[in-house]
Design a protein around this ligand. Structure first.
Ligand code: F55
Length: 837
């Protein structure tokens, strides 16, 4: 009976000796325990990496306790849950983040010290979890941190890629891609759930059967793959809540064994089984799209099917009636990548739970929300041919959704077939395909943009027709980043300084409090300490640069950084052209003028998609220019150019705090939001940027006097492109600014070596060829002016420091806590569910 049960529970708890303790001695005992029994090394001799493993397991144990308590509490209180569906998460390292969120950093540092280790050194042993490409994936990670911290009953779902984003190595200035063997050294942050598995089915046929006198479609699948759950605890800060990020790995289904037995070809059938595992093997490294790839579609469905089986099982454990689904479950689509979920939920409700189509549809329309992360019109499409083969029943369902949708539209807008063709979820034509964005918009109750500017473009251009139909669906949720990761973890010096001057650490949970720094704007001591923090961070970065590239840099120089994925629209080329121009100016200067020049270290980093030729040439050009300039003894410390290889989350944690200036150069109207800008802002780094994406809102917040804005505004971009095209017929060198023409000629004519290699790169900005779609030519002058303004401001260190302080003070609005609270209240309709201590 109940009494017996309680007695047992009490005995177990006393055997457990209560919860794990967090004083340094207890931590030390646990670390040694893990050295001996988990890492299996002698406690008298273990190295930094083994110390990392042991500490990680010590922390993991504590995470598991909280994870349990949180989930027991959720189960008991049955709140509405959010399921955040994303094919990408860029978690980076976990040790420091966990230790900080658990509030045991000092104790851990002391424990390690007494064992003869240093926390920072040990933490650096950890490799990155890089299960994503860029901004979208890091945003998911920051949002998980905020969901946990704000006590929301949320789950993240993703894929456990065996190989994350490729490692970038540079050979002779060229990018090479190497596999990311991130699991080879073990992953203490995941918990394998060998019993949480689901069968995911593919291929086969659809047949019609009689069910209770009614005709019903059934899918007879052809192949089965098993999905195994790997749970990654996500601890909140200042709360016991620890939520779950559940990642799926594919493994061969035991059903395969039968077949092996039947065919008798044992060896080959075992070999063939391995094909199943390939599904979750590797992350696609393109951060724009990967259309028409069968394996990608398999990944998407594998992810969707496993996640939804898990979600529905949990729902059915607690509820009996599917009418309750919208009150208990919110499904969020992180971009279109997981939007097959819509067809899958319909299939589950109609084919498996036998709900009528309209009833099921009614439910589906109440549970999905969708965020798009792109400015491009041409979104994700899945060829019908692929679906027909891989997921025949889903294709039928998609057709039926579309048929019903178009019928409804005919009633609303009449038989306007050209308009209907634009709205249609199915694209007819040479390559018949499913438009995933149209599907997501039609079926979601909310469609979110990631900045005001982005939303505006969605409404007026990208999804204009849908906006006309469902204006209330379109919402702005400006992105944010986690101040825990991007200040507390990555910039401990700044963290201490902020807490000291605000007199509280409350800003770590409430970033709006950062505005309080404005009270000390004129305090000389504050300025001094502020500059000191930056100096120390610059020293760390300088050491790293020297270790990576052999280049010695001066700490008095302005550290000027552009780090992000390499893309034409992000205009790293504009940066490089600016550097070449600066070099030319220096070469033409007399000794006297040179003395007034602000020395610069230009730092560029980022990965190019392996198939993106132009982006790869940009990387090579960067190295070629660096080689020339860094070896020009005439230039010395006045200008240094550094390419930081293999830019990832942990490199970002080092680079961003050490930057004085950061560049965000996308041609206005191309960057949906940008989140790097927010990370630099939080670290007191000044921005040199176009008025694009979320930068517009940063300008709003801190005022245009506190950053360096340049370039065509969104409304001017279209006009300039047209003007440029009408001028197209004759090449008009007169219209190209002299400085720009000269730089271009140097690159093209082999001044930086490699004869013809850079020709196609130059052509992208030349008339008659690439036509300078991203407007480097017309923005160049304005870019140089902004650079000059930055130089001028840097000379006046007092002014610079004020701008830097005001950047951090104005960064509160760009916390992912603000974004997540907004989503929770207005989109997901979920409430905090705080696990008691
Ligand atoms: C990855 C895979 C595919 Cl198939 C398509 C896109 C991507 C991807 O990585 N996109 C991405 O990172 N988009 C970025 O999202 C950020 C977060 O919202 C924005 O800040 C940024 O502007 C946008 O480019």
């Amino acid at each position: 009976g109940l009494g017996e049960h309680r007695a047992k529970a009490e005995r177990m708890f006393s055997l457990m000796d209560g919860f794990l303790k967090n004083d340094p001695i207890s931590l030390q005992k646990d670390i040694l325990h893990h050295v001996e029994y988990t890492v299996a090394r002698s406690r008298f001799s273990f190295d930094d990496f083994e110390a990392y493993q042991a500490l990680a397991h010590t922390v993991r144990d504590r995470l598991i306790e909280r994870w349990h308590d949180t989930h027991i509490y959720f189960k008991r209180t049955k709140p509405k849950r959010l399921y955040f569906l994303s094919l990408e998460f860029l978690m980076g390292r976990s040790l420091s983040n966990s230790v900080i969120n658990l509030g045991i950093e000092d104790q851990c540092a002391e424990a390690l010290n007494q064992l003869g280790f240093e926390f920072e050194v040990v933490a650096e042993q950890e490799g990155d979890a890089a299960l994503g490409n860029g901004g979208l994936a890091r945003l998911s990670a920051c949002q998980m941190d905020s969901l946990a911290t704000l006590d929301y009953p949320a789950w993240g779902y993703g894929l456990r890629y065996e190989y994350g984003l490729f490692r970038q190595i540079i050979v002779d200035g060229f990018q090479h891609e190497k596999p990311d063997y991130w699991l080879n050294f073990g992953n203490p942050w995941e918990i394998e759930r060998i019993h949480v598995t689901y069968e995911v089915k593919f291929y086969g046929t659809v047949e019609e059967v009689e069910m209770n006198g009614e005709k019903q479609k059934v899918w007879i699948p052809g192949e089965t793959v098993e999905a195994v759950a790997y749970d990654n605890p996500i601890p909140g800060y200042g709360t016991r809540n620890t939520i779950n990020l559940r990642l799926w790995a594919a493994k061969p289904s035991s059903k395969f064994d039968l077949e092996a037995y039947n065919t008798g070809d044992y060896i080959n059938s075992v070999v063939n089984r391995q094909n199943a595992e390939t599904i979750s093997n590797v992350l696609y490294p393109d951060d724009r799209s990967h259309q028409g790839k069968e394996l990608r579609l398999e990944q998407q469905y594998f992810f969707v099917s496993a996640s939804l089986q898990d979600i529905m099982r949990r729902f059915k454990e607690e509820h009996t009636n599917f009418d309750e689904l919208p009150e208990k479950v919110a499904l969020h689509l992180n971009d279109t990548h997981p939007s097959l979920s819509i067809a899958e939920v319909m299939r589950m409700l109609v084919d498996e739970e036998h709900l009528g189509w309209h009833k099921a549809w009614d439910i589906v329309c109440k549970i999905f929300s969708f965020t798009t992360h792109t400015m491009v019109t041409d979104g994700e499409k899945i060829p019908v041919e692929l679906l027909e083969n891989l997921l025949p029943r889903h294709l039928e369902i998609l057709y039926e959704i579309n048929f019903n949708f178009l019928e409804e539209m005919k009633k609303r807008i009449g038989l306007d077939y050209s308009r209907l063709a634009l709205l249609s979820i199915v694209e007819e034509g040479a390559m018949k395909s499913i438009r995933m964005a149209n599907l997501a918009i039609v079926c979601s109750h909310t469609v979110n943009g990631v900045s005001k500017l982005h939303l505006e473009k969605l409404k007026t251009k990208t999804f204009k027709d849908f906006y006309g139909l469902y204006p209330e669906k379109f919402q702005c949720k400006t992105n944010g980043v986690s101040q825990r990761r991007w200040i507390v973890v990555s910039n401990p010096g700044l963290r201490d300084l902020i807490s000291k001057w605000l007199g509280t650490e409350a800003w770590i949970r409430d970033a709006d409090l950062l505005s309080g720094l404005r009270d000390h704007l004129d305090n000389a001591d504050f300025h001094l300490e502020w500059k000191m923090v930056k100096k120390v961070n610059k020293m760390r970065l300088a050491e790293y640069i020297e270790a990576m590239s052999g280049v010695k840099v001066s700490l008095d120089a302005m550290f000027d950084v552009q780090v992000k994925r390499i893309h034409e629209y992000k205009r790293q080329l504009l940066n490089i052209f600016g550097i070449i121009h600066r070099y030319n100016c220096l070469k033409n200067m007399d000794k006297d003028s040179r003395r007034k020049v602000v020395p610069r270290v230009c730092i560029i980093g980022g990965k190019a998609a392996p198939g993106y030729e132009i982006a790869k040439k940009i990387i090579k050009l960067c190295h070629a220019v660096a080689e020339k300039i860094n070896n020009d003894t005439d230039i010395g410390d006045l200008l240094k150019v550094v390419f930081i290889p293999d830019y990832n989350v942990s490199v970002a944690e080092l680079v961003i705090p050490g930057a004085d200036l950061s560049q965000h150069l996308s041609t206005a109207g191309n960057e949906a939001s940008g989140t790097g800008n927010m990370k630099f802002l939080m670290n007191g780094c000044l921005l040199l940027a176009t008025a694009d994406g979320s930068t517009v809102e940063i300008i709003e917040e801190i005022g245009e006097d506190n950053l360096f804005v340049f370039g065509a505004k969104v409304h001017e971009v279209e006009k300039r492109r047209q003007k440029r095209l009408s001028n197209l017929a004759p090449l008009q060198p007169a219209k190209v600014p002299l400085h720009f023409a000269r730089v271009l000629r140097m690159v093209r004519d082999g001044y930086f070596g490699h004869n013809d290699y850079f020709k196609s790169l130059c052509e992208t900005v030349e008339f008659g060829f690439g036509n300078d779609y991203y407007l480097l030519t017309s923005d160049f002058g304005s870019y140089l002016e902004a650079q000059a303004a930055a130089d001028k401001a840097f000379v006046n260190q007092d002014k610079w420091t004020r701008m830097s302080i005001l950047s951090v003070a104005g960064s509160g609005r760009f916390s992912s806590d603000r974004t997540i609270q907004d989503y929770a209240e207005s989109t997901w309709k979920i409430s905090p569910c705080r696990c008691p201590l």
